[in-house]
Ligand binder design. Sequence first.
Ligand SMILES: [Ca+2]
Length: 603
Amino acid sequence: MFQHNFIWGRCWTLSVIISVSAYPRPLSNIVFIMVDDMGWNDVSFHGSNQILTPNIDNLAYQGVILQQYYSEAICTPARTALLTGKYPMRLGMHGNPLFNSEDRGIPLTERLLPSYLKELGYSTHLVGKWHVGMSKEEYLPTSRGYDTHYGMRGGYIDYYTYNKVETWPNGRLMFGLDLFDNAIPQVNEDRYIVDALTDKVVKIIHHHNTSRPLFLHMTHNAPHAGNSGGALQPPLHSTVKHRHIANSDRRLYAEIVTQIDRSVGRIITALAEKFILHDTIIVFASDNGSPTVGSLRNWGVNLPFRGTKWTPWEGGVRVPAFVWHSSFTPRVWNGLMHITDWLPTLTAAAGGKLNKEIDGVNQWDAIVNDGDSKRNEVLVAVEDNASNMYAAYRAGDYKVIVGNVTGLNNNHYGAELLINKAQPPAYYPSLRSCEVAKIFDLMGIYLDQQHVEATRKAATIKQLDQVKDQNLCIPTPTRGCLFNVRQDPSESHDLWNRANKIVVLLTSRLRALWAMQTRRSPPNLRNESDPANFDYVWTPWIKSKNADDVTVWPLGGVNEEFNFSLNISQNKTMKKDTTKAVVINCDGTTGIKNFLCLLKSVF
Ligand SMILES: [Ca+2]
């Protein structure tokens, strides 16, 4: 049933920081493992035997599987949401992911998750991808709350050369190393990147001083494509297996996913060896759905969801996720959750309390006690560039998508990738023989096959609504699409014309949220960022720490044509965007019919 108790009246006030009021007990360690571009159908606990992920699955079955978990559709917005607890559209960090050569980052006025945990006494480490600002030192992880960072600062790297190759819209090509141990470029690195990152995580765990709690944030680059247009890059130290998979690209993808699963096994083993696993909260989540097709495709599969990464459909934003702690009663939790919830949730788990209004809500008690979700709505997507202006919003079981999605991947993809030409390996023996299972056995945590079967069944998406539109709904300038995504998770049965009251409620709330965004300027790509200027290493090229001397996001609130501006050195004005009035009045100065006007035209 549609739920009417929306939090329409939630105000947006920025007040003070966290109050440190820890529970009188040792603080749990937190290990947050984020994988990059992994689709819903790429872990075996969701029901498929094609790619087995036994280590991941053991944790999932003994933890709380987050069945209604929404991330953002793209890397940079997802990480912004995780780290700030805010919808990225409030910060001008929605939409396009950052170029390495772009002078942009999470605004320095924002305080990030590791900073809060640090205040609570945590030792804080980031291992892996950053992708929320690298043009100057102030944007880097070690300036934003992490004690250490080992990994890459941009969006993705080659799995073997650790180079990021970047092509500008005008064809200009830049390339260079993007792998650092804090400030030191790793020019002599020679390991497979998944292994190099895992080795570092294991090392941090082994050397951790247990007098302090540990926050270890691991952000794999895998299974994101290492380079655009090339073959995927599985480990070279083993032959390609997964011979049961018919599609060869999918086989390469499976090899990478298997290596991620092994990485999880190594991390859990290290925590056990350190005798801290029993009081460590483990989070596992993908940052967005798979790009099954299109640019930087990785042959992951989001089915039965519709769409891919970089789309507002479920396939772009509903991702594998769970949280584990040894004290949990294992279950599938069907509460609505958003990536912004981790900041207040993990802060609460650590005994802190957040005294400021953000979009994220504390779900810790609900997760631990199998309670109702603390949220009734999710702003799924806001995109406002000139070629595509669209938004998606879910309240209760209903989701609305409006705007222009022309050119996006709006269909269902990857059915051919799920074809097996032979029987896949047996599932249950793999579950029993993997590293995590062995560790759990030693801890007295046993996997019951009946529980596995029941949990796996509950974690498998079911299409309850059997009515399927002849043509999948695509929003037009005069109408959007409405789905009951609990009944119709594949977004195949449009209800726009059948549920006018729900449409009005959802679009009115969406309209209010849309008006709160900080509009983005065109990407500010800079010639001086070229790694060729720095011995082919991606290096912060803005050296000044004086905020008056650097361009600080947002540049301005002008909704203009989406054209790339190179070397805009004259535009150094920091101007807080207050476009709400502009949007509501459908101000004509921008030259583009804005989204709110579109909504008004509908009603
Ligand atoms: Ca991603």
